[in-house]
Each structure stands twice: as structure tokens, then as C-alpha cells.
Design a protein around this ligand. Structure first.
Ligand SMILES: *Cc1c(COP(=O)(O)O)cnc(C)c1O
Length: 386
């Protein structure tokens, strides 16, 4: 049977584990860099939250991308992996004082600020250090991404960001603060977005907001459009590298930039999802009343996306050469939501077969938990199995 995977090495490895295809990761990084480099003012940051495995972070930092962090821990992880602090942006609605201080000490590129109380605290903490903090404001553009409700973030009433109607007074407040340097606008409309119209809508909204600020004489250096580019979960073989070309072109065509403005991107999933698979072993095949259950040794503690977002990953039996049967693929955790997929075709399963859950490089390993006193899954790279 043809497979992308080093099966014999897998058989000698305790399951479940994550497997990262480093060749594909490198190819993806090259592609994102080359496509962004067609526009001399585009800057790409990797959204660290998608995968912080140190081996993966190191490869991405060596690729020369900046880092988008959402916690003090992520700033520390990014710096340990070699990301220069001058390329770090820091978002999040609830930045704690120690996290703000960590970012100030590191002299990061920019805080993406999500409320006025946060702005005031950053100003005070910067003042205490005799520093000036660069800030962008995260504005909710009221452009809805047509994806799952839990991953749609750009609407008006939302814990994230600042309403458009508050934008001007908030910026004016920032301009009045001594230890704050207002540098631009930040947006993030959601995740797993494949319809470029959503990004076109975002561009239109940004153009309108820029006109408002220009009319008030407010200078904007940076436009950060966030992340959210989706990937092909159904057919990872078809699109191993996402269509970065169309993505960047959408912004190049859609944004009406002022002279000298830079456009920042915060891509997570699209950089790391396709290189990763969760490898798990079939424990039991159980006959239900009308169904067959394939019970595997990975659970929602290893890969929570199906339970959390009703996400679906392509599931393949990588050791069975047999024709498919229809299974519910489920884990061992004591929760009825611990289901990876229902009524899907998988090569006929037997105890001991290895299963790959594809496209699991983003929001996989990093979201693992120890619920039920489970061991955390290890993340191996293709280089570890050479
Ligand atoms: C999660 C997040 C990203 C990355 O999103 P992807 O869908 O993984 O590209 C970028 N920016 C912000 C502010 C985020 O919260």
C-alpha cells in the first residue's frame, strides 16, 4: 500500500503521537515568503498559537517570518525559538501586567490593543520603565466570516477588539498619552476562511476607515489584516500548500494604501496545518446495534478540534490494504463528544492498525490536555524518523 509515512518507524513508536512533515513545512514557508515578497510592503507573522512545538517554531523562525503572539508565554516561546523581538506583535483581550512587562522588556514591534482600559495600563507600565509602547488598535470591521460561530471574531459585539464607532475617540486618547506611540490598525475576521470575498469585504471596510482617519489628519503606518486563511481538510493531497498567491493578491488589489504603509499578516493554520498528522492505533472494533465503532487510542485530549468545533479531519487507515467499511471513529475519553467522525469510510480496521488523522498540524498538539490523566502526545518530525 502506498503511503507518505514511515510505517515501520511508526510501528516502533508509542501512539498516539503527532508527525510533522518537515519537507512540506519548508515548502509552505518558501511559498508564503515568495508570494508575499511580490509586494514590497507586505510583512508576514506566524500566529504562534497554531503550533508551538519548539522544532517547528525554530524552522519557521529560520524562515524569516515574524511572530504573532497572544500571551506572555508565547512571546517567551517565540524568542527562545529565535524570532527577533522586532518582528513580534502581541494581541489578546486580557493581557496581564506581567505579560505587558515581558513585551515591554523585549521591545516588541507592536501591541495590538483591544480596549481603552488595556491602553491605559500599557501606558502606565511603559512609563514606569521609561519606555514608549507601539500600539495598533484591533477594530471589529463587522465583516462576518462564513465559518463556525466559535471561530468568527470580527462582529460588532464581541469580547475581541474595539467597535468601529469608537475608533476615532480611542485613537485620540492614545495620541494624548505620553508613553504610547499609535502606529496603526489591526483586524482579524475569523479562521478557516476559503472565500476570498470575505477578505475583499475586509479590504473595503479598511479603505473606509482609512478615509475617516485621513480626514482627521491621523497618520497610520501599519495595517494588520490578521490571519484566517483556510486549508483543504477534505483533500489534503490536493492542496498541500494553501493558495497564498490569491490570498496576497486579494489584499494587494483590495487595499487602497497610503504612501509608506506596511501591511501585516498573521497566518497560523495555513502555514502549519497540512504538514501534521495525528497517528493513532486501533484498539478495538466494536459492533453497535446498527454501526461499527472504530475505537482508537487517541482522544479529544490529543486532538480537540472535532469535539470543540465539529471540525472534520481526513481519517486514513495507513496499514490496512482492505476495502473501506463505514465506521464511527471514536476515542477512549469518558465524554460522549469524544468522536472524531461519524459514518465515514475507512480501510477495514483491525486491532493494531495505524490511523492517520490528517491536516492536524494546527491547533492540534498545542490544545492537548491531560484530562483522564492522559499522557500528552509527543510531536515528532520527519527528521526524527530518518
Ligand atoms: C488565531 C489568530 C490568528 C491566526 O489565525 P489562523 O486562522 O490560524 O490563521 C491571527 N491573528 C489573531 C489575532 C488570532 O487570534
Amino acid at each position: 500500500m502506498e503511503t507518505l509515512f514511515p510505517i515501520e518507524k511508526f510501528r516502533a513508536t508509542r501512539t498516539p503521537f503527532y508527525y510533522y512533515d518537515i519537507t512540506l513545512l519548508r515548502k509552505t514557508i518558501e511559498d508564503v515568503k515568495n508570494e508575499a515578497a511580490k509586494y514590497d510592503n507586505f510583512v508576514v507573522h506566524y500566529a504562534v498559537k497554531a503550533n508551538v512545538n519548539p522544532k517547528i517554531l525554530k524552522i519557521i523562525s529560520e524562515g524569516g517570518l515574524g511572530a504573532d503572539c497572544v500571551s506572555g508565554g508565547e512571546i517567551e516561546a517565540a524568542m527562545r525559538a529565535g524570532f527577533p523581538s522586532s518582528g513580534i506583535v502581541f494581541a489578546g483581550v486580557g493581557k496581564a501586567d506581567w505579560e505587558i512587562n515581558t513585551a515591554l522588556d523585549a521591545n516588541i514591534f507592536c501591541f495590538n490593543v483591544e480596549s481603552v482600559p488595556e491602553l491605559e495600563v500599557i501606558n502606565e507600565l511603559a512609563k514606569a520603565k521609561g519606555k514608549t509602547a507601539n500600539v495598533c488598535f484591533r477594530i471589529n470591521p463587522e465583516v462576518g466570516a462564513h465559518t463556525h460561530a466559535n471561530i468568527t471574531t470580527g462582529l460588532a459585539e464581541n469580547k475581541f477588539g474595539i467597535a468601529m464607532s469608537d475608533m476615532v475617540p480611542v485613537i485620540e486618547r492614545a495620541l494624548s498619552l505620553e508613553n504610547i506611540n499609535f502606529t496603526g490598525l489591526h483586524f482579524h475576521i475569523g479562521s478557516q476562511i476559503l472565500d476570498m470575498h470575505d477578505f475583499e469585504q475586509l479590504c473595503l471596510r479598511i479603505n473606509e476607515l482609512q478615509d475617516v482617519l485621513a480626514s482627521k489628519g491621523i497618520k497610520v503606518e501599519n495595517i494588520n489584516v490578521g490571519g484566517g486563511l483556510g486549508i483543504n481538510y477534505d483533500d489534503p493531497e490536493k492542496d498541500p500548500v494553501p493558495d497564498f498567491k490569491s490570498y496576497f493578491k486579494t489584499f494587494a488589489n483590495g487595499l487602497r494604501l497610503r504612501p509608506g504603509q506596511k501591511v501585516h499578516f498573521e497566518l497560523g493554520r495555513s502555514i502549519v496545518a497540512q504538514m501534521g498528522s495525528l497517528i493513532t492505533k486501533v484498539l478495538y472494533v466494536k459492533k453497535g446495534v446498527n454501526k461499527l465503532f472504530c475505537i482508537v487510542d487517541a482522544g479529544m485530549t490529543d486532538l480537540i478540534r472535532p469535539a470543540l468545533y465539529h471540525a472534520s479531519h481526513k481519517i486514513e487507515n495507513i496499514t490496512s490494504g482492505k476495502p473501506s467499511e463505514t465506521y464511527d471513529v471514536v476515542g477512549p475519553i469518558c465524554e460522549s463528544s469524544d468522536v472524531f467522525a461519524k459514518d465515514i469510510p475507512v480501510g477495514a480496521c483491525e486491532r493494531g492498525d495505524l490511523i492517520a488523522m490528517r491536516s492536524a498540524g494546527a491547533y492540534g498538539e498545542i490544545m492537548a490536555s491531560q484530562y483522564n490523566c492522559r499522557r500528552l502526545p509527543v510531536g515528532y518530525t520527519s527528521e526524527d524518523f530518518k
